[in-house]
Write a protein that binds this ligand. Sequence first.
Ligand SMILES: [Zn+2]
Length: 293
Amino acid sequence: MRTFCATVAFLLALCLGCAGPGAPEAAVNRAMAQEAATPEIAPVSESGGLAFSTPRPSQTEPPLVEVPEESEEALPWTYPISREILDDEQDVLRLVNANNLLDKDYPGEDMLVEVTVRKANSNEMLARAVASEALQAMFDAADEDGLKLYLYSAYRNYRSQEVIHYNRVEAMGYDDGLVQVAGGSEHQTGLAFDVISYAWIGSRFNEDFADTPEGQWMAENCTRFGFIIRYPEGKQDITGIEYEPWHLRYVGVEVATYMTEKGLTLEEFTVEWRNAVFDYEMQSQQSMSIDSF
Ligand SMILES: [Zn+2]
């Protein structure tokens, strides 16, 4: 229907002479006029050989012009992150918090691999492959800068989180917000890591870790490997979690760079990109209905 309408619109434009410069129809028009004025020379193909000559349309009949398919998606995508990344086939942008809980079986054990980096304890450490590779690259880069990072915690299943949360509340006498409820921990995604220095092994974590050379190095360099400091300072009212300079979340290099430059939490970024997609879809629909009268 739209193609038909566009074809009608084009034919009207031809009659009225109102197609502006740069419009595809005008380009076709110019090309045809040029072609009519060019002497008959057999065209040469890209490979250098003679190409088959295509029959010319009759100059006495109005040309029938097919509008290319891509003109149906005419609106440009202007949001800084590409649609391919936001389509997120690997689910690396998954938002997890107290209001966005994961299912018990997420992401499935076949999605997890053993993490190979230096560890702070003998626990089994699993993660999503894409995040594990990025973590290894980050540890290697820290090594080159003379800093030894230690992985304290990686994937955590639903049941473990349930136990940890229960124990925390029992120990504190109240829920202090440092431990997420079951299904609300990013560690269940296999995309989150707690990374510390040797000196902090056995310590109770607190925000002073940010002042250590390792903490400072991670804050300055983690985006290069696709990580964000997921619970940044001063954003507790948005994330619901205290500042955790040791907790890294993999989101990919492009998104991590963008979020860090704009100072966005994952909660804020998620709202922003979903709005961008929504606005784009709405504008596309509006432009289609204008096209169809
Ligand atoms: Zn953590």
